[in-house]
Design a binder for this molecule. Structure first.
Ligand SMILES: [Zn+2]
Length: 445
């Protein structure tokens, strides 16, 4: 098969030749990757309105997303339970890590990249049809494969990225219901899956070829850093970037770091700061609160430093396969206690809707609780703050667990937060009726 001829036929079928920019909008569902309720499970689902602008010549993209609560009862992360909508934008340019690769995962971006990158072709039989698979190595060495049908339209585009928790992860995007729109042919149905679970289900309602688009440069990545400040004798709150924060506890002969961090760079900054604050004692343990991407992305740094992982036993399959757990890993079910006579550190499982495997850490003598996601405190309003009189079911689960364990909490060090706060903040947040955002809305599902 003549590859160049095939790609010219695809470009002609799509109307890609004179397409420099595009803006398209629609609605459907989005799922927040890396925020599943169960380790290894599907990502939490949200209702979605969506607008994307692409500048093919500049290889830049901006996705604007508005999310509202869908799960009832709330299950998993992604800032659930959402009592109001959340808007956000994802910018991809040559300056961002995955960058221009995202443009290559669209049909019109794919065919132009294939023409520029020495593509090869093969045929596959699938579902009783023959499809032509176009493969090339694109931006920054990413392998990309597109499945072309008999009408020379691209039905599916795959790529593979390295994920710090999952290892090599496939991103699969399918395109269907192609229609002619203002001189091009565009898919009105777009579905994306990452690591085997859906992340996007979009029905396109508006397509504007060669629209005027203005895609700003993304903010530069924040360098990782960690600074400890003392919150009790031999206990530090490690603030810094990127979020979330960690905590450091000094025992008689060793130290314990709590929270595995969003990235290996932040984890390494935490480890360096712990060594500075507690010189001469090894960091023997680190406590991984749960499997979410912003709390487990740094795990490999602890493995490299020879620090023993303490995590919930539900994470065994997820962590053992990519080598994030070692033979010495402490698999916690309900409770694990470190007590060397100088200090007692209790690690407790918290049954709750955010993550089935969540662990919190408690220092009984200091009456200090270290916890994340079922209590956060940034000192400013958040979309998961319930209206006055209502209580988030995630917070309620924490309150119930504290009561059941009879913990005498005076202060809380939330990993998503700025500082240690009085436990009174949690008590206040638990005054009212426990109610999820969608409960009582008849017909909303
Ligand atoms: Zn979480």
């Amino acid at each position: 098969m003549n590859t160049a001829l095939l790609l010219m036929q695809v470009a002609a079928a799509l109307g890609a030749g004179d397409l420099h920019t595009i803006q398209y909008s629609g609605s459907g569902f989005t799922y927040v990757f890396g925020q599943s309720y169960q380790p290894g499970g599907a990502y939490p689902k949200f209702r979605l309105t969506y607008t994307r602008a692409i500048d093919f010549d500049a290889r830049a993209s901006r996705e604007q997303v508005t999310r509202t609560q869908f799960e009832e009862p709330p299950r998993g992360g992604g800032n659930q339970p959402l009592y109001r909508e959340v808007t956000g934008a994802t910018l991809s340019t040559d300056a961002t890590p995955w960058g221009a690769g995202t443009v290559t995962l669209t049909p019109h971006g794919f065919v132009n990249a294939a023409l520029a990158n020495a593509a090869t072709v093969r045929t596959v039989r699938t579902g009783g049809r023959t499809l032509t698979v176009v493969s090339f190595t694109g931006h920054r060495g990413f392998k990309v494969e597109g499945y072309v049908n008999a009408q020379h339209l691209i039905e599916r585009i795959d790529t593979w990225v390295q994920n710090p928790i999952l290892g090599e992860t496939r991103i699969e995007t399918t395109y269907a219901d192609y229609r002619p729109v203002a001189g091009i042919t565009f898919p009105m149905r777009i579905v994306q899956r990452q690591g085997g679970f859906p992340t996007l289900e979009l029905t396109v309602s508006d397509v504007r070829p060669n629209a005027t688009v203005d895609i700003p440069a993304p903010a530069p990545a924040v360098p990782a850093r960690a600074e400890g400040h003392r919150i009790a004798d031999g206990v530090w709150y490690l603030t810094g970037a990127p979020e979330p924060n960690s905590q450091l506890v000094e025992m008689r002969d060793y130290a314990v770091l709590i929270e595995s961090s969003i990235s290996e760079a932040r984890a390494a900054a935490n480890i360096a700061e712990a060594r500075r604050l507690v010189p001469g004692k090894p960091i023997r343990y680190h406590v991984n609160s749960h499997h979410h991407a912003d709390h487990a992305g740094g795990l490999r740094a602890y493995v490299s430093a020879g620090i023993t992982l303490v995590t919930h036993e539900m994470n065994r399959r997820l962590y053992e396969r990519p080598g994030l757990a070692t033979a010495g890993t402490v698999w916690v079910k309900d409770r694990y206690v470190l007590d060397d006579g100088s200090r007692r550190l209790e690690i407790h499982h918290v049954p709750n809707g955010h993550a089935a495997n969540l662990l919190m850490s408690y220092l009984p003598r200091e009456r200090l609780l270290m916890v994340t996601d079922v209590f956060n405190d940034f000192g400013e309003p958040r979309p998961n703050d319930p209206p006055p009189g209502l209580v988030s079911p995630y917070y309620a689960a924490l309150g119930e667990r504290i009561r059941a364990l009879k913990l005498d909490v005076e202060r809380i060090a939330p990993s998503h937060g700025r500082d240690v706060v009085p436990a009174e903040r949690l008590r206040k947040a638990l005054e009212g009726t426990v109610q999820s955002p969608l409960r009582g809305r008849s017909g909303s599902l």
